[in-house]
Design a binder for this molecule. Structure first.
Ligand code: FAD
Length: 327
């Protein structure tokens, strides 16, 4: 695709999914660069992937984190820093450069409801009509998620606020006939359940509430065993959740990820993948196994008619390109 095609008509993710009919779409997620980095790293990652014509690209949101710096006195000073700012600016740049829709992730953590409203107004003015509504995680040094004073506790509350704005309802009750936003809302789903949830049924009950509040589609947490995804989709359908469910995929590329991914994302690694990786003799061999596994997963999901394959690129376009080229 040529660059600087900034004249494309905006389309919502849900419209792309509905228009694709039988075809499985390909989409990507990118992370903002570390503070001090350049937006070129985003373009360097996305330029080689544009040949796959992603109809939309997600950009993650990263909340400030606490760091503790030791002072000369020996005491530690607690400072809050945001390591990866710039989500909204990156979305606007992506739309301008490639003429594709961008999906900013928006979280509850760190935002009061007024700040959320202002963030949504910024998106609306920029013509960004898609958003992935999330709660966010606890910060390091916190043992559980703590909402801002006057902030949302769960993603469903954020979905409700966005739906309100889509109906022209703003926080300030004195606003009459407020202009309606047109956000298409995505939410997260967890084939292996969210780690805080007592079981999958309870997690699904709350996932359903996000759909009832106005969410249009679900993107899943990564998984390495397609059976988990298929079971999750069946369970959603049985629970009365009928929106599109986009599988999120990430290849394993390093041997230590056999442990770090389950620890960080609370998901299992299939036996077959784990034993192949443990037998691998080199870093390159591990990567090859991970890529082949992800290609096999993608092919099976495509065969099953999933609406879209969504790749967590982690800034590694070479690996992502290898996988998508093999489909
Ligand atoms: P929720 O839907 O609010 O659920 C959180 C937990 O609360 C679940 O256990 C749920 O069952 C439970 N729950 C929900 N409602 C209720 C209720 N009313 N009462 C009691 N329990 C309830 N994080 C980021 O910081 N930035 C990102 O860009 C980002 N992108 C992501 C993209 C995807 C596709 C996914 C899957 C996750 C992403 N995350 C991101 C991580 C996400 O923020 C965490 O997984 C977080 O812990 C949960 O977010 P959620 O939106 O699923 O929360």
């Amino acid at each position: 695709m040529s660059q600087n095609q900034n004249h494309k008509e905006k389309v919502k993710v849900i419209d792309h999914l509905q228009a694709s009919k039988e075809e499985t779409l390909i989409s990507f997620e990118v992370l903002p660069p570390l503070k001090g980095g350049s937006i070129d790293s985003i373009f360097n990652c996305l330029d080689p992937l544009m040949e796959f014509k992603p109809p939309f690209i997600d950009v993650t949101y990263h909340r400030e984190e606490f760091v503790y710096n030791q002072r000369p006195s020996g005491y530690y000073e607690k400072t809050a820093i945001r390591k990866r700012p710039g989500t909204v600016g990156i979305c606007a740049s992506i739309m301008h450069r490639y003429g594709v829709d961008a999906v900013p992730h928006l979280i509850c953590g760190g935002f009061s409801i007024e700040e959320t409203e202002n963030a949504l107004i910024d998106l609306k003015f920029l013509g960004i009509d898609n958003v992935l509504a999330l709660r966010g995680d606890a910060r390091h040094f916190e043992d559980k998620f703590v909402p801002e004073p006057n902030g949302h506790k769960y993603a469903v509350d954020l979905v409700n606020q966005i739906t309100d704005m889509n109906n022209g309802i703003y926080l300030d009750a004195s606003i009459e006939n407020g202009s309606k936003s047109e956000f298409c809302i995505g939410v997260a789903g967890y084939p292996e359940k969210h780690f805080e949830s007592p079981n999958l049924e309870v997690d699904l009950m709350f996932t359903k509430k996000k759909i009832e509040a106005g969410a249009d589609y679900i993107v899943t947490q990564m998984f390495f065993d397609n059976k988990r995804y298929f079971k999750f989709v069946d369970a959603c359908r049985n629970a009365g959740i009928h929106v599109p469910i986009i599988p999120g995929l990430k290849p394993l590329t390093r041997d230590y990820q056999l442990n770090s991914i389950p620890r960080r994302f609370f998901i299992d690694m299939p036996d077959e993948l784990a034993s192949e990786v443990l037998k691998a003799k080199s870093k390159d061999a591990v990567k090859e196994i991970g890529v082949e596994w992800c290609v096999a997963q993608s092919k099976e999901l495509k065969q099953a008619g999933v609406p879209c394959l969504h790749y967590y690129t982690m800034g590694d376009s070479t690996t992502t390109k290898k996988i998508v080229s093999a489909l």
